[in-house]
Design a protein around this ligand. Structure first.
Ligand SMILES: C[S@@+](CC[C@H](N)C(=O)[O-])C[C@H]1O[C@@H](n2cnc3c(N)ncnc32)[C@H](O)[C@@H]1O
Length: 181
């Protein structure tokens, strides 16, 4: 199972569901209207391009359904904003714990964050975030700058709109893994 949290229009979910037909790809976002078109496309008959392995849930990181807990092989959070971004850059234990709870033992988490002063959010504290995740048995694997073409390859629609991963809006890719025990 792969969960894209803060999926926006859900393009990354369709991309993954198409690429990995045996993976259940779930998009989560509190804004239903943004996911409506991709959700309708996924619900078409398979011979009309439908993707029975793609699902969308209208909810937020603050209210994730317990059915998703301990199930995800991979969780992605690409260019979050709002309270999801605040929770990540501020290493809020409630938000960090909620994301960590999605992962099965050995599961991976990938977060791409861009927070520049004009956004009005705090800058990313990567070390603080890694420490917060460690408290939930999730360890940091890598933290590095990411480019716009890499973000496009991840299926992000907003990367291009924001020009994330360019000198005017640097973006950071953080990868984590939940310990296996
Ligand atoms: C800039 S968009 C990025 C969408 C997509 N990941 C992409 O890269 O194209 C940020 C998304 O974060 C979602 N978001 C904001 N607060 C959230 C929260 N508390 N829980 C889950 N998603 C949230 C927004 O609704 C929005 O769709």
């Amino acid at each position: 199972m792969a969960i894209d949290l803060g999926t926006g229009d859900g393009a990354a979910v369709l991309q993954r569901a198409r690429r990995e037909p045996t993976t259940l790809a779930i998009g989560v976002d509190p804004v239903a209207s943004a996911m409506a078109e991709t959700s309708a496309r996924a619900a078409r008959r398979a011979d009309r391009g439908g993707l029975p392995n793609a699902l969308f849930a209208v909810t937020s990181v603050e209210q994730l359904p317990p059915e998703l807990a301990n199930r995800a092989d991979e969780v992605t959070v690409i260019l979050p904003w709002g309270s999801l971004l605040d929770g990540i850059v501020g290493a809020d234990p409630a938000v960090v714990g909620s994301m960590a709870a999605l992962l099965r033992p050995g599961g991976r988490l990938e977060i791409v964050v861009s927070s520049v002063p004009r956004d009005g959010h705090r800058p990313l504290d990567a070390a603080g975030l890694a420490a917060a995740f460690r408290a939930f048995d999730v360890t940091s694997l890598e933290t590095r700058a990411v480019t716009l073409p890499e973000l496009r390859a991840l299926g992000s629609t907003w990367a291009k709109r924001l020009r994330a991963g360019t000198p005017e809006r640097p973006a950071t890719r953080l990868r984590f893994r939940r310990t296996s025990r």
